[in-house]
Design a protein around this ligand. Structure first.
Ligand SMILES: *Cc1c(COP(=O)(O)O)cnc(C)c1O
Length: 363
């Protein structure tokens, strides 16, 4: 298989995040990753003191790592280029090759990271179809594999909050703690894919630290709803982050004067409270779309709205196409499911316009 074919195939199959020529008046609800840096972030980029971060000498990156660790109540944090790299590093550090990773079948690490756990770290997956995306204590116990002469053993339990594919569900600390406790009882570490951790925190009115207290490591994205142009954080114990720093180098993720992107990342950490506006806009979007004949909307808990268009008689692909024609960009998320995300680059007026356009496009 040629390298180029390998890259082309998923774009054709998934139809999600394919390159779009975005029209000026398009309302882009494909993802909260489409946010562009605001003035404050551009200023932060311009003014950031920098150094060589691989030598640990970039003061802005060091500050970001310190602040990020504090925000989630962990000992240390590491700046990584992407959320995917953060999850992949975490899995590599927590496990030995051949081990199993226990995860929800709809989780990002299972569906959308190109089998990276197998490719990079020699891991295999054991998936659970978990209610709200977090396995129950019983499910963790049942899926756990004890290492013996024949079996590799479970090396990691990976949770996700908010849960993207299940519609941005915000799971509370009790559910996470219950799963983590069973894993820990069996000496299995727990990693949280918290790409949208702060959306969960804001929606539940809990601190991010409270949500991650039961787990051993967490990744969260600065580049989604928080609005930074680049970057994610991986946090955990000092020892874990020391090993993660080596693993990041192995992944090719050691960056040099990264302060120019870490500066906007620091500003992004100040945007946490504003996520509630995205959640309110998602609720308004859901309410508006629900009025369309044949459209079934999952009531959103955060900034992600999943819409089933089966009742309109069209496929998700056709619905995405019709919406694009009408000036709204959405993502195909299944045969008849599409995803719309609110974010800081769309306001209530944009959402109302999007609903008006969708009424014409989907009805
Ligand atoms: C976006 C996302 C990631 C990966 O982040 P990237 O920065 O796009 O690599 C991981 N997990 C979840 C749940 C996500 O939504």
């Amino acid at each position: 298989m040629s390298g180029i074919g390998w890259v082309d195939r998923p774009r054709a199959v998934v139809g999600y995040m394919t390159v779009e020529r975005v029209r000026g008046d398009m309302i882009d609800l494909r993802s909260d990753t489409v946010t562009t840096p605001d003035e404050a972030m551009r200023e932060a980029a311009a003014e950031a003191p920098v150094g060589d971060d691989v030598y640990g000498e970039d003061p802005t990156v060091n500050e970001l790592e310190k602040r990020a660790a504090e925000r989630v109540g962990m000992e240390a944090a590491l700046y990584v280029p992407t959320g995917t790299m953060g999850n992949q590093i975490a899995a590599q550090v927590h496990t030995e090759p051949g081990e199993e990773v226990l995860a929800d079948v709809e989780s990002h690490v299972v569906k959308w990271e190109l089998g990276g756990f197998a490719v990079h770290s020699g891991l295999q997956l054991r998936t659970v179809d978990a209610d709200r995306g977090i396995p129950t204590p019983g499910e963790v116990a049942d899926a756990h594999v004890e290492a013996d002469l024949h079996r590799p053993g479970t090396g990691l339990c990976c949770l996700e909050n908010t849960h993207n594919a299940r519609g941005g569900l915000a799971n509370g600390p009790d559910r996470i703690a219950a799963a983590a406790e069973v894993a820990h009882d069996r000496d299995v570490p727990v990693h949280l894919d918290g790409a949208r951790l702060f959306n969960a925190a804001v929606a539940l009115n809990r601190s991010a630290a409270e949500l991650v207290a039961p787990v051993d490591s967490v990744m969260f994205c600065l580049s989604k709803g928080l609005g930074a142009p680049v970057g994610s954080m991986l946090a955990g114990s000092e020892e874990f982050i020391e090993r993660a720093r080596r693993s990041r180098k192995l992944f090719g993720g050691g960056m040099r004067q990264a302060g120019v992107i870490a500066g906007p990342g620091l500003r992004a950490l100040e945007n946490v409270a504003e996520l509630s506006a995205d959640h309110e806009n998602a609720a308004a979007l859901a309410e508006g779309l629900e009025g369309i004949e044949g459209v079934a909307v999952r009531p959103p808990e955060t900034n992600i709205v999943l819409v089933d268009v089966e009742g309109t008689g069209s496929s998700a692909e056709d619905a995405v196409g019709a919406l694009r024609e009408a000036g709204v960009l959405a993502s195909r998320f299944g045969e008849t499911t599409i995803r719309l995300c609110t974010h800081r680059d769309v306001d209530r007026t944009d959402v109302e316009t999007a609903v008006d356009r969708a009424v014409g496009a989907l009805a």
